[in-house]
Each structure stands twice: as structure tokens, then as C-alpha cells.
Design a protein around this ligand. Structure first.
Ligand SMILES: O=C(O)Cc1cc(O)ccc1O
Ligand SMILES: [Fe+2]
Length: 445
């Protein structure tokens, strides 16, 4: 497929016209009495009309038919998608999942929507506060089918297989090691090219922002220019085969039939768009003297809560970097956190866990549940010669860190059949090294 075009920037006021229809974007106003090319004007609001300018989000779409031309939304089966956080009793133990399994038979065709499996979450779309973590596993493209999420925003983290994401705003090709954000209400459809798997962080009630940089200054971490926004590209499948528009609403799936493609936007402008970002562009900041800095230095995007400094969820990565800290235990420290930590691995080996934290798998360390390096890692790092070394070469791990205390679903605990029951054994070989007679080296005789 010819390479796709993008516009660059984070949350800019973008404007795009399909080149087949020059002048399709109305000039100087949003609602002309008659729009160019006989298009319909439709606003998509991503924030309350009255939000302050700094957080006000909306886009204007100029389309062949307005979205309202659909038949009634009818409830459909929702597979392993769930917003029921009371399916099983709470379990605070450290949890790890071996790679989430692909369908046993490649004959069984599963598309992106059918392949959504909810792993854990808290809160809901009704009260507009909370998160859900889903794993998508699919092997076939969505055909004459689109999806939109009425409940919140999706941050997609592909782990295996490219996603060709068609949206109302245009197309994005998203490869593993890139992320893609599809915000609340945006119609999209996913084309895949074989076995496909990835992670989704869903946030209810907030949008993702770039973190503040404080004393870091004006540049660094994820730079705004590296975010890619699609360009207008319409499909005129008017009166084509029946199209199913699927909505996730209050955690349930609904489908409406219509006889035209929802990807019928000829021109659009605004600051509420889907976007993608390549994780290799992250400008890594790290300690260069001593001690292990908190992982918040690796925050790519944050969805803020109303409490200052507290995120509904942060998307944090552990990218390849140099480790140079002197007289320091360099891997992650032992830790108990007032936040929940879900981790996933896109590729490579994670430094704090030698075994069984594998690409396509995951781990959950719930609020106040202790965790940290396994026994092997502790021994190696305590004895290592502290020369500069490359950490995480060829690796990309990430964390969804949330202030919500999450429940795991029945799918996560049972149905997925990949919970690693032996996980907590990795800390059992840790022995006390306490020596009451210990003296600092310069006092030893
Ligand atoms: O638990 C983890 O592996 C994530 C993590 C990484 C780190 O470098 C410091 C703290 C932390 O929770
Ligand atoms: Fe942690």
C-alpha cells in the first residue's frame, strides 16, 4: 500500500481536505447555509462546550451523509468484553500472564471488535471516571463494520501485527512499537494482516495529554512534533452493502445498520483527532550520577484526574537507554505503590524479570502489593561491576499505571488460560543477607 500521509503535532488546530475535493473545507465559518460539494457539517465534541480553552476539544467534519442516518442501535453479543468488576472476588496477589493466546484454529476468523477481551479495570463510563485494560487478539479485518467507543478513549499498544486503522479523519498504519489513540466517539475500522495482538488502555472521563516537564524544560520525553495525525480520505460507498456501526455504550455492544460508509468525511478541521506515536522517538531522561529514578520520568502520555499530580492512568515506557549510575542498585527497587501497575512487553526481555515476563504477556501489581526484582536479578545486580551499560537493548516494555484499584475479570483469571500460577515463586529464593556485625569498608580490619 502506498505510504500514508500524516500531519504532525499534538492537539494542534489541524485542517485537512481530501485532495479529490479542493475547497471542500468551508472558509471562514463552520456552518455555511450550504456546504461546498453539498456536504453535511457535523461537530464532534470531545469536551463540554464550556471547558476552558486549554482543554476544549472539538472537530468539524464535512461529510457525505451525517452520522445520524443509521437504523436503531440493537444490543449484540459482547464476547469477553466486560465492565463488570464484580465477576470474581478481589485478589490482591501479584499476577503474571504468559503471552495471551491466539485462537487455536486459524480457520476461526475473529476481527478486532470480536477479539476484545477485558482483563481488568475499575470505575465506569457512566460516572465518567475510571479505566479498563483490554487485550485484543484477532486474525481478520473488520468488513463493512466500524466501531466507536461512547465510554472513553482507547490507547492501543500493538504487540504483534500491523493495524491499518481507517477513521473518519483518514487512515493510520500502526506497527508494533507505535501506539495509537482513538478518542471517545471516533468511528474506526481495523484491517489486519495475520495473527494480531495488543493491549488497550481505556480511560473514562479524561483525554490523554503530554505530561508537564517541570525543571526538564521545554523539550524532552515525547515531543509534540512526533505525534502523527491522519489526513482526510473519504470513501463514497453510498448505498453500498449494508454497513454495521458498532457502539460500545455503558460497557455493552450495540450495532446499527446503515447503507453507507461512516468514513465519508471529505474535509475536517479541529483539535480532536486520532493520532499515533512511534515509541523510538521518546527522548529518554535518566539518572547520570547515582540512584534509580522513579519510572514517572518515562511517562509518554497521562490522563489526569481532578486531583493535582494524580493520574487516572499514565502510559509509561521502559525504552533502551544507558545505565551509568555509580554505587547504585540499578534495576527497579523493591516497591509498594498507592497506584496499580499493569505491565506489558512489546519485545525483548525486561531487566527486573529474567523469566516468564514475555512479549504479549503481562503482569499486575495491585495497590500496595509488594513487588520488585526477582531473586536472580537481585543477585546479579548486587554483584555487577558498575560500568556504563546498555539497558533494555532491543526491548520495549510499558506500564499502565493507575490511581484506580482494579478488579481482574473472569477472563483474566480463568478463561484466558494463561495466568502464570508460579509467578510469586520468583521471589522465594531471596534470603536474608543481614549481618549484625557488618562494618563500613573503611572500618573493616
Ligand atoms: O514494577 C516495575 O517494574 C515498574 C517500576 C519500574 C521502575 O524502574 C521503578 C519502579 C517501578 O514500579
Ligand atoms: Fe512497580
Amino acid at each position: 500500500m502506498a505510504s500514508l500521509k500524516y500531519m504532525s503535532g499534538f492537539g494542534n488546530e489541524f485542517a485537512s481536505e481530501d485532495p479529490r475535493c479542493p475547497g471542500s473545507l468551508p472558509k471562514g465559518q463552520n456552518n455555511p447555509q450550504v456546504c461546498p460539494y453539498g456536504l453535511y457539517a457535523e461537530q464532534l465534541s470531545g469536551s463540554a462546550f464550556t471547558c476552558p480553552r486549554s482543554s476544549n476539544k472539538r472537530s468539524w467534519l464535512y461529510r457525505i451523509l451525517p452520522s445520524v442516518c443509521h437504523k436503531p442501535l440493537i444490543s449484540i453479543p459482547q464476547g469477553n468484553l466486560s465492565h463488570n468488576w464484580d465477576e470474581v472476588s478481589p485478589d490482591p496477589n501479584q499476577m503474571r500472564w504468559l503471552p495471551f493466546k491466539f485462537s487455536e484454529s486459524s480457520e476461526k476468523k475473529v476481527d478486532f471488535v470480536e477479539g476484545l477481551n477485558t482483563l481488568c479495570g475499575a470505575g465506569d463510563g457512566r460516572t465518567r471516571n475510571g479505566i479498563a485494560i483490554h487485550i485484543y487478539i484477532c486474525n481478520t479485518s473488520m468488513k463493512n463494520k466500524s466501531f466507536y467507543n461512547s465510554d472513553g478513549d482507547f490507547l492501543l499498544v500493538p504487540q504483534k501485527g500491523n493495524l491499518l486503522v481507517t477513521t473518519e479523519f483518514g487512515k493510520l498504519l500502526v506497527e508494533p512499537n507505535e501506539i495509537c489513540i482513538i478518542q471517545q466517539g471516533m468511528h474506526f475500522s481495523v484491517e489486519v494482516f495475520g495473527e494480531t495482538r495488543g493491549y488497550i488502555l481505556e480511560v473514562f472521563g479524561a483525554h490523554f495529554e503530554l505530561p508537564d516537564l517541570g525543571p526538564i524544560g521545554a523539550n524532552g520525553l515525547a515531543n509534540p512534533r512526533d505525534f502523527m495525525v491522519p489526513v482526510a480520505c473519504y470513501e463514497d460507498q453510498q448505498f453500498a452493502a449494508c454497513f454495521s456501526v458498532i457502539s460500545k455504550y455503558q460497557g455493552k455492544l450495540f450495532s446499527a445498520e446503515q447503507d453507507f460508509s461512516p468514513f465519508n468525511v471529505v474535509a475536517w478541521h479541529g483539535n480532536y483527532t486520532p493520532y499515533k506515536y512511534n515509541l523510538d522517538n521518546f527522548m529518554v531522561i535518566n539518572g547520570v550520577a547515582f540512584d534509580h529514578a522513579d519510572p514517572s520520568i518515562f511517562t509518554v502520555l497521562t490522563a489526569k484526574s481532578t486531583s493535582p499530580g494524580v493520574a487516572i492512568a499514565d502510559f509509561v515506557i521502559f525504552p533502551p537507554r544507558w545505565g551509568v549510575a555509580d554505587h547504585t542498585f540499578r534495576p527497579p527497587y523493591y516497591h509498594r505503590n498507592c497506584m496499580s501497575e499493569f505491565m506489558g512487553l512489546i519485545k525483548g526481555h525486561y531487566e527486573a524479570k529474567e523469566e516468564n515476563f514475555l512479549p504479549g504477556g503481562g503482569s499486575l501489581h495491585s495497590i500496595m502489593t509488594p513487588h520488585g526484582p526477582d531473586a536472580d536479578c537481585f543477585k546479579k545486580a548486587s554483584e555487577a561491576e558498575l560500568k556504563p551499560e546498555r539497558i533494555a537493548e532491543g526491548m520495549m516494555a510499558f506500564m499502565f499505571e493507575s490511581s484506580f484499584s482494579m478488579a481482574v475479570t473472569k477472563w483474566g483469571l480463568e478463561t484466558c488460560n494463561c495466568l502464570d500460577k508460579s509467578y510469586t515463586k520468583c521471589w522465594q529464593p531471596l534470603k536474608s543477607c543481614f549481618n549484625p556485625k557488618w562494618k563500613p569498608i573503611d572500618k573493616q580490619t
